[in-house]
Ligand binder design. Structure first.
Ligand SMILES: [Zn+2]
Length: 260
C-alpha cells in the first residue's frame, strides 16, 4: 500500500471538496444574515468597503492566510467565521471519507453536515435557526433515512417524534414554570430533523454531547468579564448540530465500545 491507496486519495479529494463547499457555506451564512439571496448580488464583495472580491482572494483558507485576515482594498479585518467554516467543512468531509468511504452515505451525510454548519453559524450570529433549512431538511432527512441509510420509515418517524416531541415538552414545561423562553422553536424543529435522520437510538448520544458542550460553552460565556451572568443567551442549535455530527462520525464505534 503506497501513497496512492484508493481510500487516502478519496479522503484527500474529500478534504478539498469540503474546503470548496465551506466557501459556499460562508456565502450562504453571510447572505442570509445580510438579507440577500444566493444569486443576487452575483459577485461577493467586502462587507466593509464593498470592493468586489477577486477569485485569487477567494481561495478557501489560503487567501485568508495570505491576506493576513484583512481585505486587500480597505485592510479591514475579515471575520474569522470564514476560515473557521471552511476548515470545519473540510474536516467534516475528511472524517466522513475515512469512516464511510465513497458512496451514497458519504454524500447524504456531507449534505446534512453542510446544513448543520450553515444553520449553526446563522444561529450563533442571530439566535435564529431558519425554517428554510430545518423544515425542508426534515423532509429530506426522512427520505434519506428510508432510501439510503436503511433506517426504515418507522425508525425515521419515531426518531423525529421522540427528538422533536421531547424538545417541545421541555419548551412548554420551561415556559409554564419559569414564565420565559428557554428553548427556541427553532431548536424543536432542528431536533425533528436530527431525529428523522439518525433515528431514536442515536438521540441519547446527540443530546449528551449537545448538552455537555452547551454547558461548557455557557460557563465560558458566564465567566467571561463583562458578561450578563446567567441571563446570557447562548444559542443551543450549534451544540445540537455538534451532537448529531459526533453521532454520525463516531456513533457506531461508541455503541460498540459501550456494549463491549
Ligand atoms: Zn474591504
Amino acid at each position: 500500500m503506497g501513497v496512492w491507496e484508493p481510500n487516502l486519495l478519496f479522503a484527500a479529494m474529500a478534504a478539498v471538496l469540503g474546503l470548496i463547499l465551506g466557501s459556499f457555506y460562508t456565502a450562504c451564512v453571510h447572505r442570509y444574515l445580510a438579507g440577500q439571496t444566493l444569486l443576487n448580488p452575483r459577485r461577493s464583495a467586502c462587507p466593509a468597503c464593498q470592493a468586489p472580491i477577486a477569485w485569487y482572494d477567494n481561495i478557501p483558507l489560503l487567501s485568508y492566510v495570505l491576506l493576513g485576515g484583512r481585505c486587500r482594498a480597505c485592510r479591514q479585518p475579515i471575520s474569522a467565521r470564514y476560515p473557521a467554516m471552511e476548515a470545519l467543512s473540510s474536516l467534516w468531509a475528511l472524517g466522513l471519507a475515512l469512516v464511510y468511504g465513497p458512496g451514497a452515505e458519504f454524500l447524504v451525510y456531507l449534505a446534512f453536515g453542510g446544513l448543520f454548519i450553515v444553520a449553526s453559524f446563522i444561529d450563533l450570529d442571530s439566535y435564529i435557526l431558519p425554517d428554510i433549512l430545518t423544515l425542508p431538511g426534515t423532509v429530506a432527512a426522512s427520505a434519506a433515512a428510508v432510501w439510503v441509510l436503511g433506517l426504515g420509515w418507522k425508525g425515521s418517524l419515531l426518531g423525529a417524534a421522540v427528538g422533536g416531541g421531547s424538545f417541545l415538552a421541555i419548551q412548554r414545561l420551561y415556559r409554564a414554570f419559569r414564565g420565559q423562553e428557554g428553548l427556541g422553536t427553532g431548536d424543536v424543529k432542528l431536533m425533528l430533523l436530527i431525529g428523522a435522520l439518525c433515528g431514536p437510538l442515536a438521540l441519547p448520544l446527540v443530546l449528551t454531547v449537545g448538552a455537555t458542550s452547551a454547558l461548557a460553552a455557557s460557563l465560558a460565556y458566564v465567566l467571561k468579564p463583562g458578561s450578563k451572568g446567567m441571563q446570557t443567551a447562548v444559542p443551543f442549535g450549534p451544540f445540537l448540530c455538534l451532537g448529531a455530527m459526533v453521532e454520525i462520525l463516531f456513533g457506531r464505534q461508541f455503541w460498540a465500545w459501550y456494549f463491549q
